[in-house]
Structure formats: structure tokens, C-alpha cells
Design a protein around this ligand. Structure first.
Ligand code: PLP
Length: 426
């Protein structure tokens, strides 16, 4: 930052210059806290609340006819939200569907696209991947009769925090059939070069998909232009779609017509679904990868949440997010030197996602002390503190205050009052 100053006035000045500042009012901000956990569970916005209440009302008003009546007929909601979500991931409208959950969608996509043949039988992932993805990949391998110990290849990390794209490319050997990687790593927040990795995978005749849980709503994507084969994500983190809210998936239009590995009646063409035939006439786009009846009330808040994202635009959101995390790192350097807190997220803009990741041996209890003093962080085992200043509702002053509070916790060793052990949900 050119004119950086470590003062409260400077934070206020940045807030005054912020063109997205007005969106904070649209959220329910906890009065006595600084919420820096939007990368785990985004806050409720008034628009998301309204769309949830609107759909409750449509149930009240229409009963069964809610499937086809009202402003948001439930029968078409997954497709409609998919269309509206497509610009956020840089896809064509019919390549995205709002359905299922991250893990369920991963099972669906691997069931559909993992087709071991001859010597090409292995799946490539990485050792820093989110456990649920690894569990799903292992169970998919077992279902096909393969031993995960031999058939799941996990690229190693040199530093325990980040991955080297060159190492991933070197692991794309002849025996790999499918690759599943994160777009942004859940701990360090590293952005992987999805364009480069896709190009390299395709050169070797390997299909590639990405887990976008930590990248959707945080960074920009060009899934179609990069020619990514498939992707999947949740909508409850940066997209503020509500706890356990419905997830999403993307399938490149090149693959339309590929039979869904896990079929159900919602995989059907809409006009054929109620013919009740035992032969599935699958939708000819990403809709084919839905399974059963959608959870309407878990999708409803996404209507309002997405409206806001499309109004603001991902470029503007990413620009502010980078400014906030840059400012955060400047303050950490200026205010927290000597306390053993190490920044482990990538420093370069193009490699940094939407959160800061600090490492400290006492991380679990530092997080407890932060919470006690009104800052909501996220502890990640073994010793990580994730702090996400969110473009739509956090201020520069939030970041300034959070750093001051962290400084007092470190200086006065307030964390020593707590046990250095994670909670059940950490
Ligand atoms: C990166 C990543 N992948 C997968 C999951 C699992 O998501 P779900 O429980 O919605 O299936 C999560 C959940 O937080 C996640 O952060």
C-alpha cells in the first residue's frame, strides 16, 4: 500500500473511499463483534432473509402449486439459480446447476467422469485437500474395486501450507484418469492456477475438476474459457447462502449428454419427468447431474444472496477483498511483530484467496481469546488462525480493530486463560 499508516484514522479514510461500503447495511452485523469468519459461514443479508420468507409464503399461498406458481416456481429453481450463478464462476448459463451439497456433488461428478480404462486407473488429488473430498474419492475408488492406497495419488506440499503447480503437473502421469483439486486451499488460502492445470491435464488426456468452496464468491473464475471439465462447491461461505444451504456444480458443455453416474428423477428433462417412465430421459445440460427433489428452503436464501453478487460484480468484490487482505498483512507486519504469528497465506495478489492464515503454536487458545474479546476467527488444526475480511460487509476499521485486539491478547498473554485445544466445531 502506497500511503499505508498504522492508525485508526487511516482505516476510517479507507472506509470513506470504499464504493462497496453501503452493502454492509444490507447484512445483519453482530453488534458487539467483528465477524471475520465469512469464509466458513457468510452472514445473513436482508435480501436472503426476504427470499427465504418469500418462499415460505409461496408454500402458504399455493401449497402443491408452488412447484409451478409464484415468482420463483420451485420446479425450475435449481436451473434458474444456476443461470444466475454462472457469471460468478465464468460459465455458460446451462453449465451450472444449484443442487445437492459439495460432497454429494463430488460423488456425482466422480461417478460420472471417473472411467478407469486399461492402465489409466488412478485419481490425482493433494495432501492438503479438504478431508471430505479425500473420503469421497477413496470411497469412489473402492466402489470401482480399486485400493485407494495405490490408486489415490496425493501431491505433496513442500511447506505444509501450499502446493507447487509444477509438482502437480509432474504427477500427471500416464496412469492418471482424473484430477480433483481445490480452487483455493482451505487453510492457507492459496489460489491454484486452474487455467494452467487444466491445460496441462488436457495435454495428457486427463479430466480435471475443482472444489470451489473457498473460491466461489471470493475470487473470479473463467471455468468455460479455461475449459475446466467440472467443478462443485457450497454456497454457505463467501456467497452467504445460509448454514447447510444447497451447493452447486458446473459441467463443461463438451460433456453434456454424459450419463449421470448417480441418476434420479431430477436428472430428467423437465418436460419428461412426470411421464414416470422407467427409462430416464436425462436433461441435455448440467441439469442431468441433479438427483432428487431439491431442498427448496435451503435454496431460497441464495436467491437474495446472488442478486447482490450480480449487482456488485465479482471483479469489484475481488478488488476490495484483495485490498482488505493486503491492508491486514500490512497491519500484522506493523503491529504484531515479535509475537510468533507467522503469515502462511501467499503474499502475491494472484495467489492469495479471501482470507489471512496465521500460524502460531497457541493458535487454538488465541482463537478462544479473540472470541472472548469480540473477534470471530476460525481455528484450523493443528495451529492455524483463519481471518476473512469479507468485501460486502467488513470494513477496514474492522481489520484495524481486530489487529489491535489481537495485539493486546498477545502482549498481555490473555490466551493463557484458555486451554490450547479446539472446540467440537472449530
Ligand atoms: C473445501 C471444502 N470441501 C468440501 C467441504 C464439504 O462440504 P459439505 O459438507 O457441504 O459437503 C467443505 C466444507 O466446509 C470445504 O470447505
Amino acid at each position: 500500500m502506497v500511503d499505508f499508516e498504522s492508525t485508526n484514522e487511516y482505516a476510517k479514510k479507507l472506509d470513506k473511499q470504499d464504493s462497496l461500503a453501503k452493502y454492509r447495511e444490507e447484512f445483519y452485523i453482530q453488534e458487539d463483534g467483528i465477524y471475520l469468519d465469512g469464509n466458513s459461514l457468510g452472514l445473513l443479508s436482508k435480501r436472503a432473509e426476504k427470499s427465504l420468507l418469500d418462499l415460505l409464503d409461496s408454500w402458504k399461498k399455493y401449497g402443491i402449486d408452488g412447484w409451478t406458481s409464484g415468482d420463483h416456481p420451485w420446479f425450475y429453481l435449481s436451473e434458474k439459480l444456476g443461470e444466475q450463478m454462472a457469471p460468478i464462476v465464468g460459465a455458460n448459463a446451462n453449465e451450472v446447476i444449484v443442487s445437492g451439497s459439495t460432497t454429494v456433488n463430488l460423488h456425482q461428478l466422480v461417478s460420472t467422469f471417473y472411467k478407469p480404462e486399461n492402465h489409466k486407473t488412478k485419481i490425482l488429488a493433494d495432501e492438503l485437500n479438504f478431508p471430505s473430498d479425500i473420503y469421497a474419492l477413496k470411497s469412489q475408488l473402492k466402489l470401482k474395486g480399486y485400493d485407494p492406497n495405490e490408486h489415490l495419488v496425493e501431491v505433496r506440499s513442500d511447506d505444509g501450507h501450499t502446493l507447487n503447480e509444477a509438482d502437480i503437473i509432474a504427477a500427471m502421469t500416464d496412469d492418471i484418469a482424473l484430477i480433483v483439486l481445490p480452487g483455493v486451499l482451505y487453510r492457507s488460502g492459496q489460489v491454484l492456477d486452474m487455467k494452467r492445470l487444466t491445460k496441462e491435464a488436457h495435454k495428457r488426456n486427463i479430466l480435471i475438476g475443482f472444489d470451489l468452496c473457498h473460491s466461489i464468491g471470493s475470487i473470479t473464475h473463467e471455468l468455460s474459457a479455461w475449459d475446466v471439465d467440472f467443478a462443485f462447491w457450497c454456497n454457505y461461505k463467501h456467497l452467504n447462502g445460509g448454514p447447510g444451504g444447497t451447493g452447486g456444480l458446473y459441467v463443461n458443455q463438451r460433456h453434456f449428454g454424459t450419463e449421470p453416474g448417480l441418476a434420479g428423477w431430477f436428472s430428467s428433462r423437465k418436460d419428461k419427468q412426470f411421464d414416470m417412465n422407467h427409462e430416464l430421459a436425462a436433461a441435455d445440460d448440467s441439469g442431468a447431474y441433479q438427483i432428487g427433489t431439491p431442498n427448496i428452503f435451503s435454496m431460497a436464501p441464495i436467491i437474495g444472496a446472488l442478486e447482490m453478487f450480480n449487482e456488485v460484480g465479482m471483479d469489484n468484490i475481488r478488488e476490495k477483498s484483495l485490498k482488505l487482505t493486503n491492508y491486514f498483512m500490512e497491519l500484522i507486519k506493523a503491529e504484531l511483530d515479535g509475537f510468533g504469528l507467522n503469515i502462511r497465506n501467499p503474499i502475491e495478489d494472484h495467489k492469495r484467496g479471501g482470507h489471512i492464515y496465521l500460524e502460531h503454536p497457541e493458535a487454538a487458545r488465541i482463537c478462544k481469546a479473540l472470541k472472548a474479546d469480540g473477534v470471530i476467527p476460525d481455528f484450523r488444526t493443528p495451529n492455524g488462525i483463519r481471518l476473512a475480511p469479507v468485501a460486502l460487509y467488513n470494513t477496514y476499521e474492522d481489520v484495524w480493530q481486530a489487529v489491535q485486539i489481537l495485539k493486546s491478547i498477545m502482549k498481555e498473554e490473555k490466551y493463557k486463560k484458555f486451554e490450547n485445544k479446539r472446540g467440537v466445531v472449530a
